[in-house]
Design a protein around this ligand. Sequence first.
Ligand SMILES: Cc1cc2nc3c(=O)[nH]c(=O)nc-3n(C[C@H](O)[C@H](O)[C@H](O)COP(=O)(O)OP(=O)(O)OC[C@H]3O[C@@H](n4cnc5c(N)ncnc54)[C@H](O)[C@@H]3O)c2cc1C
Length: 512
Amino acid sequence: MRRRDFITRIAASAGTTYAVMQALDLIEKPATAQKSPFQLQRRGGSKSIIILGAGLGGMTCAYELSKVGYQCKILEARERSGGRCWTVRTGDKFTDTLGQTQTIGFDRGQYFNPGPARIPYHHVTIDYCKELGVPLEVIVNLSRQQYIYRENAGSLSGRKVHFREAIADMRGYISELLAKAISKDAVDAPLTVEDKEKMIEFLRTYGGLNPDLFYKGSSRRGYSTYQGAGDAPGVVDDPYDLSALLELGFAGNESFEFGFNQQMTMFEPVGGMDAIAKAFEKQVGRFITYGAVVTEIRKTPDGVQILYKDKSGNVKQETADYCICNIPLSVLKDIPSDFAPDMKEAIASVEYAVTGKSALQFNRRFWEDDEDIFGGITQTDQDITQIWYPSTGYLSQKGVVLGYYNFGSTAETVGTLAPADRVALALEQGSKIHPQYNNHFENGFSLFWSTVPYSKGGWAEYTTDVRTTYYPRLNQPDGNIYLCGEHLSYLTGWMAGAFESARLVSTQIAAL
Ligand SMILES: Cc1cc2nc3c(=O)[nH]c(=O)nc-3n(C[C@H](O)[C@H](O)[C@H](O)COP(=O)(O)OP(=O)(O)OC[C@H]3O[C@@H](n4cnc5c(N)ncnc54)[C@H](O)[C@@H]3O)c2cc1C
């Protein structure tokens, strides 16, 4: 018997923990699952870098590169850092590119995230929250109590269908059909007799079927009268008809939370998403010049020259060895530059998501008080598309609900309305689901990302063609200029895209 096998057996028989054995170096340590922290190697530390934009991408580059001695300066057009990572609170003013100004009327303590609102458990964003001390809480991305509400969906039109009802019933019917087909040998699949038995057993549990393999409803779909004490067993309604559920057409809503980037556990920073931007600002704020609108990006024989307008409208310039450009392509395409023609073509080729959001403050949390909804997202085929219930401040008096979050042509139609009319539309459509809107609304806010200055769109949306033809070019430096941001990743529309891109670009520069 070899020494290692011998010791391993002793450990097992004597009940000695493997940890002790490993500490004594008696057995091999298993390959560690511990993530190694991101750390640049120090190289060329005296080089200067001008970063255009104090979004998460730009600030992360400054954070990582300044740690290893690079001299960083950041030019930021806005009066704040964070770019799309943004939270609005009482008294904040927002003016869009059409000159329409809104002042946030929420109560103190209430807030709304017009851009990013949720962080998947596996994103690098979580790592930075840990590194920079940003407290997180869970955001409920899926609640079984939330509704599907459709106006053009057959017999369930205009009815508030709880997710749990629709999911339990559909699972039941699918399981019933499949179990029967298998038991009648009507499935064209290479299953052994044993496989078939196991599959039917699986479906019986999965779908909540009765012994005859029929789905007749289940308490999984909830009680119309809740269970209680004494003579109160609770009432379980009959299931919806299969054809009614098919007409409801909720497959996309149901499978949404299956997506890798939408699965629970999902997080949000306590107090607002801008806590992440503020944590970075604490680290790199000293490098940022605010109100500095970049107007020209030029190459010089040994570096870069950037022209910008300061707060007073004066044109100023900065020179540096390298430039990291964090400006979204939707804005960058209109800035005069020395980018090579193929780079200019690539920059102009990427479309941005058309999307809008609104927020409504109510003086009573009727969704909790009256409807037992705690977080989650109601889905509807109306223009408002979604209603998000807050995952914070449970059981308190007031709350801010997301009144709509829409996309594409719907967002365009709603977004072109005046801000007050968008809020009115959110109220009118939302009150069909929650009539309480009419009695408890206090104030609202809305925005259309295509008219948000210095963003001009939601996030980069690549077609397969553009990803193949132009994305590789965008990832290559042009002279000493590197592009950085969510648009330089496969995580577009996520803060993690900006972080991953910043790490990649910082690594490339540090390796020069
Ligand atoms: C509606 C919406 C919902 C989202 N939801 C989520 C979510 O739930 N979770 C998630 O992780 N992500 C989400 N995202 C995506 C996330 O917000 C972005 O991926 C991320 O914030 C992008 O960071 P960035 O640094 O690449 O760009 P930005 O944040 O856009 O930073 C670019 C910076 O450049 C500055 N700038 C622009 N023009 C100039 C100029 N001429 N001169 C100087 N500075 C300039 C801008 O002011 C800005 O600060 C959402 C985005 C939107 C719009």
